[in-house]
Ligand binder design. Structure first.
Ligand code: MG
Ligand code: ZN
Length: 214
């Protein structure tokens, strides 16, 4: 076997092992967790803010934010009332199970009902690194264009729910919803889809219902 292939396989199996540990930790503390992935600017932090408005104070929600730099997103989650931890990946373009483990260690898991992980904005490698969360969510947004399922199939294949954000922009942008959904259906036929707008609030109730049902 090629040495580089062996190295990559070892890294991936170490990640799988740690992801399983994280899942056990979360299950042990009875914390439902989701991993939110998307390209930069799709609205991950905005969706988290809008979700917190409804979830808090009925639920204790924590947010772990992964970013290459700054704590802007964790500051926003904290301002919205969540326990928030920022993980700076130091240039890495995705979160992995080690980083999540470090984030979990900073939280009072026994007093948390739900954990929302905001992954680094990137449509490629986050899908390859299981973190140990219970559900994976992808946010697409109207300005990114209707061809994204066709261009980033791995991302669409591996998730449990898909949010289509910024639907308030549909009148202004050439985005063919049927073409988009057709691409999604080929890759992930049973995927739950939530078209919504964090700006206007349209479509948010269905998403929140899914989130609260766990
Ligand atoms: Mg963000
Ligand atoms: Zn990466």
């Amino acid at each position: 076997m090629n040495v580089n292939v062996q190295v990559v396989e070892n890294i991936m199996s170490a990640n799988e092992r740690l992801a399983a540990e994280n899942r056990k930790t979360l299950d042990g503390a009875d914390v439902f967790s989701i991993n939110i992935m998307a390209s930069p600017g799709a609205g991950k932090t905005s969706l988290i803010e809008r979700s917190l408005e409804t979830l808090l104070p009925g639920k204790n929600v924590a947010v772990i934010d992964g970013d290459v730099a700054t704590s802007i997103d964790a500051d926003r989650a904290a301002a919205a009332g969540a326990q928030a931890v920022q993980i700076n990946t130091g240039g890495n373009c995705h979160l992995d199970a080690v980083m999540l483990q470090e984030g979990l260690a900073q939280l009072d898991l026994e007093n948390i009902d739900m954990l929302i992980v905001e992954n680094v904005g990137n449509l490629i490698c986050p899908s390859a690194f299981d973190l140990g969360t219970h559900k994976s969510v992808l946010i697409a947004s109207v300005p990114e264009g209707d061809d994204k399922p066709y261009k980033y199939p791995a991302m669409y294949r591996g998730v449990d729910a898909l949010v289509i954000n910024k639907i308030d922009l549909l009148p202004y942008i050439p985005f063919d919803m049927d073409y988009f959904k057709q691409g999604v259906k080929i890759l992930n036929p049973d995927l739950q889809i939530f078209p919504l707008s964090c700006q206007t609030g349209e479509g948010l109730p269905a998403w929140l219902k899914w989130l609260e049902m766990g």
